[in-house]
Design a protein around this ligand. Sequence first.
Ligand SMILES: CSCC[C@H](NC=O)C(=O)O
Ligand SMILES: [Zn+2]
Ligand SMILES: [Zn+2]
Length: 422
Amino acid sequence: KESEIISRFQRYLQINTAQPKPLYREAADFILSEAASLSLESQTLEFVPGKPLVLLKWSGSDPSLSSVLLNSHTDVVPAEHDKWTHPPFSAHLDSNGDIYARGSQDMKCVGIQYLEAIRRLKASGFEPKRSVYLSFVPDEEIGGHAGAEKFAESDVFKDLNVGIVLDEGLASPTENYRTFYAERCPMWLVIKATGAPGHGAKLYDNTATENLFKSIESVRRFRASQFDLVKAGLKAEGEVVSVNMVFLKAGTPTPTGFVMNLQPSEAEAGFDIRVPPTADQESLERRIAEEWAPSSRNMTFMCGQFKQKVSVLDDSGRPILTATDSSNPWWGLLEEAVKKADGKLGKPEIFPASTDARYFRQLGLPAIGFSPMANTPILLHDHNEFLNKDEYLKGIEIYESIIKAYASYVDHGRSAGSRDEL
Ligand SMILES: CSCC[C@H](NC=O)C(=O)O
Ligand SMILES: [Zn+2]
Ligand SMILES: [Zn+2]
């Protein structure tokens, strides 16, 4: 039995759904066949041709109640195969019980744990009051525009009457699972410096690379100030602004390298910036314009907020957060359900990167980021991503408890049929 559960996980992991050419059809077929074995209703939505979104339904007995949506993405980030101990799509199970694969943490584990939890609940005879939907969405790793974003905007979604969304979280190196109630907003900044070209042997002011380096130094000071707050334990990772240089571009190329005795007239650097929902975005923008890329130093910048439409602020400019207090019954139910299954939760956090949950929160729905992986190093997007099989199995029990609690929950305080969202 256990070996079958693990082998189903391995089979999903072995489907190469790495961007930029994910085998979505194979992944969809796998999910649909699992769904059929569980007698779940299924449909495949293709908001963009070739990018299937598989939507499954376990019907609840009371259709007037809002539904539970369990979301997961089917794509994974690419892997540098030669830097892995075991091939990233082999799902190799080693003698420690560690399963190595791209997607083992981010987030094929979660998608199939939902299904395994439902398998167990069905076997136990449990019948949900609320309908439970599972969405297996494409393209999260490249922004979710062909997947969760379209889905959240669709009439199909509206008709689901979703009341609560669960989406991905992060592994936890401690025994406490992590939960996420919000996420940072991505800003991708390119700073470009121009300057007079000249002989490689000449010392003169205002070269492009000198100008760019002044910016980089300024960015680095800011980065250090933010990182220090985290290192000192004053702020959590998701509560500071992160800035990381992700590319550097300058020089005059030759077929074999670069011209060495010519100072270039242009130099560019790119930064991945993540802004907490409660941060002062305007002051950051001022810092960029005045300190990092001042026109007085011949600098220009392009700042793509990743997707203007989806920000961390709602229409009235308030940060979009999912409540983690008594105003949100789903939060308390999750806490209780995890405890009941012998799991421990840490303090809820702001997700340091981005997930599809933002598209659901944007609609005003509560969304909780949660991937039940304790005692596990954080290896998403890293080499040798793995998940231990016992942690994986434990996670199924955790979801069994959560889904049971969510699907049974009836809010007696409200009239039947009302959307019990936040
Ligand atoms: C901003 S869209 C890209 C989403 C991606 N999500 C997970 O890593 C991220 O970079 O956070
Ligand atoms: Zn992910
Ligand atoms: Zn990812």
